[in-house]
Design a protein around this ligand. Structure first.
Ligand SMILES: [Cu+2]
Length: 548
């Protein structure tokens, strides 16, 4: 009887799963996204913004990408663990060689997680120029009940191309940092003040999904007069966490439940603020304010509620949240102490670093090195110090303790995992009076898991994860100007269980061909040689002095 039931369950789950096929011809699109500047952006099938992608847990998403740009490109499915398929993760020169111009590649995503994710470029910072959209993975039977959903994507949008901003930031003859540029805010793809109303019906409960797809700026969202119950953080379900508003660093996602007003006699506004605390305030530019209509009845008047200062409202605190699965903190096997900052280099440039190592890409994608160097793959030297490699043992529990002893917050993203957020505290080395820092706060029972950690100014964060996903995974700042291998280079490479990886995964032939087409070796150490011979790897700048 039990066997029979099991068979039925397995059979019915398999019957429901489907293949969702999406074709993307990635190319340049000239568009006025913000209603102000006409500029070149990167879109798909001649469209910018790119339409969101929807699927259901259990589905396989087939993303056929054709590259019509004049440089290589890749796609990363942000928040998906890519279990057993590290070669589908996307980062150029870590997990693959970029798809050459005129070539195609099919990404295959097995959707084993439900939640709010996004698809974005991970080569030449194409996400910052528009190659980004929501990926919503529904659950057939979500543990929370709601009547309908709304999706909000937030983006910062700058007048110029990202490459020009990066070039200015890394030009040793120019002052550092360069003068601030203030982008505009986009909501669901267009100027944040020209969005369509969201429809509410009295007393109904809505799930609102929020995604910050920005390259640089933070967003806040609230519906004055209504409480928001946070139930999802970066694709991980939580117990309800009740707040007035949600703030999102770049790359973060949340879902909130909100129960509508009792009657439809008034319509209301939702309020959005785009800001960066570390960029000088500039009236009308930083912060910028946006709003849109929460519409019950088209002919109802709008009731505007009095403005309340942000400091009087409650906002999301991930350290106070509990994961719905109630998993206790993992017992730590190995702790990695890291710190982030900025140095002056021998090239005359300012460069970001993680523990004094500034990332430079290898000549062979690090995953390809892990797959092709046999026993040597367990030796970090084979990836070269420039990639800041750390080799993790299969199934060990790793704690990252990351210090940020300066005034710029960094939203750090770990590929391939969600980590438990267990502690924040002060990191006051070099503290400048007048700034804030995190007090010591811990989560000791069932910490929330997520894939982006915001390290506040003059603070540290501790997170834990189990290295149960063999592959090569980047850890980097999601502010593009900080975390790009073509800008300030705040990245490191976690090489997870290469011994298991070699036995369980095979590089697709197409990816090897793409390397060869670009003149990149698809095997060997970071220099493309045997053993630890790094002949041919050009030298990288060294640290001259600490900057901040
Ligand atoms: Cu950063």
């Amino acid at each position: 009887m039990l066997l029979h039931t099991l068979f039925l369950l397995v059979f019915s789950a398999a019957a429901l799963a489907k293949r969702v096929v999406v074709d993307w011809d990635v190319g340049y699109v000239y568009m006025m996204r913000d209603g102000i500047n006409y500029r070149r952006s990167i879109g798909v099938n001649g469209q910018s913004p790119i339409p969101p992608v929807y699927a259901t847990r259990g589905d396989t998403l087939i993303l056929n990408v054709h590259n019509s740009l004049n440089v290589t490109t890749t796609i990363h499915a942000h928040g998906l663990f890519m279990r057993g398929m590290s070669y589908m993760d996307g980062p150029g020169m870590t997990n693959q060689c970029g798809i050459p111009p005129g070539e195609s590649f099919t990404y295959e995503y097995h959707l084993e997680q439900e939640g709010t994710f996004w698809l974005h470029g991970h080569d030449h910072d194409h996400n910052a120029d528009g190659l980004r959209t929501a990926l919503v993975v529904y659950d057939e039977e979500p543990p929370y009940k709601y009547d309908a959903e709304h999706l909000f994507t937030f983006e910062d949008w700058f007048a110029g191309q990202f490459a020009d901003r990066a070039a200015l930031t890394t030009d040793p003859t120019k002052p550092f940092p360069p003068p601030s540029s203030y982008g505009f805010g986009l909501i669901n793809g267009y100027n944040g003040n020209s969005t369509k109303p969201i429809k509410f019906e009295p007393k109904k409960t809505y799930r609102i999904r929020l995604i910050n797809m920005s390259s640089t700026l933070w967003f806040k969202f609230r519906i004055p007069g209504l409480k928001l119950r946070v139930i999802e953080v970066d694709g991980i379900l939580s117990d309800e966490h009740i707040v007035d508003g949600v703030q999102l660093a770049p790359a973060m996602r949340y879902s909130v439940l909100v129960t509508a007003h009792e009657s439809d006699e008034f319509n209301y506004y939702y309020k959005v603020k785009m800001y960066a605390d570390f960029i000088p305030a500039s009236p009308g530019e930083n912060p910028r304010f946006y709003s849109g209509l929460v519409e019950y009845r088209q002919d109802s008047p709008v009731k505007e509620l009095p403005d309340v200062d942000d400091s009087k409202l409650t906002w999301v605190e991930d350290i106070k949240m509990t994961a719905l699965d109630k998993q206790p903190p993992l017992p730590v096997d190995r702790s990695l102490y890291l710190w982030v900052g900025n140095n002056i280099m021998s090239s005359g440039q300012h460069m970001d670093h993680i523990s004094n190592i500034t990332y430079y890409a290898p000549l062979v994608p690090s995953l390809f090195t892990a797959m092709t160097t046999g026993d040597l793959a367990m030796n970090p030297d084979v990836y070269n110090n420039r990639t800041h490699p750390v080799v993790l043992k299969h199934n060990e529990v790793v704690e990252l303790e990351v210090h940020n002893p300066n005034r710029v917050p960094h939203p750090m993203h770990l590929h391939g995992h969600a980590f438990q957020v267990t502690e924040y505290g002060p990191s006051l080395d070099g503290f400048t009076p007048g700034f804030t820092f995190s007090p010591l706060v811990q989560s000791l029972v069932a910490p929330i898991q997520r894939d982006v950690m915001e390290i506040p100014p003059y603070s540290y964060i501790k997170v834990r994860f189990r290295a149960d996903n063999p592959g090569v995974w980047l850890y980097h700042c999601h502010v593009n100007i900080h975390g790009s291998p073509e800008s300030l280079r705040m990245l490191m490479t976690l090489v997870e269980a290469p011994d298991v990886l070699q036995k369980t995964q095979t590089l697709p032939k197409k990816l090897i061909k793409h390397c060869e087409m670009s003149g990149i070796k698809a095997s060997g150490n970071a220099a493309g040689n045997a053993g630890l011979d790094m002949t041919g790897l050009p030298p990288v700048p060294y640290v001259v002095a600490k900057s901040f």
